[in-house]
Structures are given as structure tokens and as C-alpha cells.
Design a protein around this ligand. Structure first.
Ligand code: NAP
Length: 293
């Protein structure tokens, strides 16, 4: 048996094609959606993520406004920039590329974003609204994973889902979305304090690995026919590559592909969906703001 490959790139393209209709509605109102992108320092992974997001924005017709700050920028300067973006009518979404340097209080900086422009869905207001199932911006990676699962017809109602990782941006919001009545999965969340991870994963119909640990999920942990979503993006040294590394996820793709029912690749799985949900949230923000809602 060989798993159905959930092609994140292809699903992302379908969604982007759907989004062009919303862009046309905005054009009818004379509005070009705008995303402010704030980058601190020159961490290669962050620079590459920001470049990818800006390229996707340009392709679909979202204007991006990038501000780069040096690694030693003060928190006050960052807060000033956010206040400026909150006021700017051409900015509908604000993205702060994480992580921020240690001297900056990440929570205070994120909390300063106007929730109406918080297209990453990281502010306490949006996370609270998500929990209450009120209209809000949902974090892009969990939102993209739900889109992937539903568009691939993976059975979710009553499924046992195991989420490996409990970060505020991936694991926690994802677990929360999966237990919504409209999705109806039964969720177990694992972390570094979990005893016997293997037995928890083995019981799952859906495994979502978001730990950032290459090789954490091996084939012997997977129930035959399960759906395996690999969120991890890890740089593993590889002398045969020009860059000196290769990207891999948290699961042993080659072995698991032979027994799972569905699987996502890395790269080309969750990554393109995350970017597409950022585009979607930014376009929705422009629609809401321009309609005065
Ligand atoms: P994070 O903040 O470092 O959180 C990792 C989580 O995994 C933590 O809750 C941690 O547990 C848990 N964990 C780590 N090692 C574990 C182990 N051995 N057993 C069980 N649980 C373990 O990471 P993140 O920001 O959520 O990102 C996770 C991964 O997804 C990274 O590789 C990141 O690059 C990737 N990512 C990809 C996308 C995409 O679009 N493809 C988007 C976001 C993130 P504790 O809480 O106990 O420490």
C-alpha cells in the first residue's frame, strides 16, 4: 500500500485561484490589499520566509510594505512602527516575522497589533475569539492544515487526532480547531512531558507532527491507513547540497508513506498552505476594513 500524497502546493494553487475573485471585489471598491511585513535581524530562515510571503503577495495582487530593522532595534522603535501600521489606511494586515531577538518582549509587540489587522491571528483578542468560535483571524498554519484535511476528504468526524507539539502558533490553536463541533475530532496533545509518545501516536487516525524534531515520528508508531501531516521544517546538514543542508519534516516520510493512508511532503506540504492562508486572511482583512465592518 502506498499513501495518498496530500499535495499542499496544488491545494494552495486552487485556493489562490479562488482568492482572485475577492481581489476583483476589492478592485471594484478601488482597494488594493496591503500587508506590512516587519523583519528584525537577518536570520536566514526568517529572511527566506519573508521573501516567500512577499513573492506570493505580489503574485496575487497584494501590496507588501517591508520594514527591516537591525537585530539591536529597541522595543520602543518596533512599537512605534506597529502604531504607524495600525493607523495607515493602505495597510490591512500586519505581519511580524518571528522569532524576535531576546531583548524584545514578543508578547508586548504582538499585543500592540490592531486585532483588525492581525492577519497571523496571534493577538490575545483573536486567539480568544477563535476559542469562542467568534469571527476572527485564525493562525495561518493550523488554518491551512484544516483546509488540507477537508479538501482531501480525510474523515474527521469522530476521528482520533494526535497533535505532537503545543506551541501557541501551531499545536494549541490546531487542537482547538479540531475539537470544534463542525470538525468533531477527539484530540490528544503531546509534548516533551508526554509519557510513551509512541503508544499515543499509534492510536491516532490523524497524526499532526509539529515539534520541530527530525525523525521524531517513525513508521512503527503509525497505525496503517492513518493520515500523517508533517508540519516540521528542519534544516539537516547535507554536504551533497549546494546550501550545505536539506529540509526535512518531523516524520520518516519514506517508511511511513508505505503504511499511511495520507501523508504530506516536506517541502511542498503545509508550507505553501500557511502562506496561502496569510494571503486569504489579508484579503479578508481588506474586505472587512473597506466595508467598514
Ligand atoms: P516550538 O514553539 O518549538 O514548539 C515545539 C513543540 O513541540 C513544543 O510544544 C514541544 O514541547 C514539542 N516537542 C519538542 N520536542 C518534542 C518531543 N521530542 N516529543 C514531544 N513533543 C516535543 O515550534 P513551532 O513554532 O510550533 O514549530 C514546530 C515546527 O513546525 C518547526 O519545525 C517549525 O519550523 C515548523 N513550522 C512550520 C510551518 C509551516 O508553514 N510549514 C509553520 C510554523 C512552524 P514542550 O512544549 O514540552 O517544549
Amino acid at each position: 500500500m502506498s499513501a495518498i500524497l496530500i499535495d499542499g502546493k496544488k491545494i494552495a494553487e486552487e485556493i489562490r485561484a479562488e482568492l482572485t475573485r475577492k481581489i476583483a471585489t476589492l478592485a471594484g471598491r478601488g482597494v488594493v490589499p496591503g500587508l506590512a511585513v516587519i523583519l528584525v535581524g537577518d536570520n536566514p530562515a526568517s529572511v527566506s520566509y519573508v521573501t516567500g510571503k512577499e513573492k506570493a503577495c505580489a503574485e496575487i495582487g497584494i501590496q507588501s510594505f517591508e520594514t527591516r530593522f537591525p537585530e539591536d532595534v529597541s522595543e520602543a522603535r518596533l512599537l512605534d512602527k506597529i502604531a504607524e501600521c495600525n493607523r495607515d489606511p493602505s495597510v490591512h494586515g500586519i505581519l511580524i516575522q518571528l522569532p524576535l531577538p531576546g531583548h524584545i518582549d514578543e508578547r508586548r509587540v504582538i499585543g500592540a497589533i490592531d486585532p483588525a489587522k492581525d492577519v497571523d491571528g496571534f493577538t490575545p483578542i483573536n486567539l480568544g475569539r477563535m476559542l469562542l468560535e467568534e469571527p476572527c483571524y485564525v493562525p495561518c498554519t493550523p488554518l491551512g492544515i484544516i483546509e488540507m484535511l477537508t479538501r482531501s476528504d480525510v474523515p474527521l468526524n469522530g476521528a482520533n487526532a494526535v497533535v505532537v507539539g503545543r506551541s501557541n502558533i501551531v499545536g494549541k490553536p490546531l487542537a482547538n480547531l479540531l475539537i470544534r463541533k463542525s470538525i468533531n475530532a477527539t484530540v490528544t496533545v503531546c509534548h516533551t512531558g508526554t509519557k510513551d509518545l509512541a503508544s499515543k501516536v499509534k492510536a491516532a487516525d490523524i497524526v499532526i507532527a509539529c515539534a520541530g524534531r527530525p525523525g521524531l515520528v517513525s513508521a512503527d508508531m503509525i497505525k496503517p491507513g492513518a493520515c500523517v501531516i508533517d508540519v516540521g521544517v528542519n534544516r539537516v546538514p547535507d554536504a551533497t547540497k549546494k546550501k550545505g543542508y536539506r529540509l526535512c519534516g518531523d516524520v520518516d516520510f519514506d517508511a511511513i508513506e508505505k503504511i499511511a493512508g495520507w501523508i504530506t511532503p516536506v517541502p511542498g506540504g503545509v508550507g505553501p498552505m500557511t502562506i496561502t492562508m496569510l494571503l486569504s486572511n489579508t484579503i479578508d482583512a481588506a474586505l472587512r476594513i473597506s466595508s467598514g465592518k
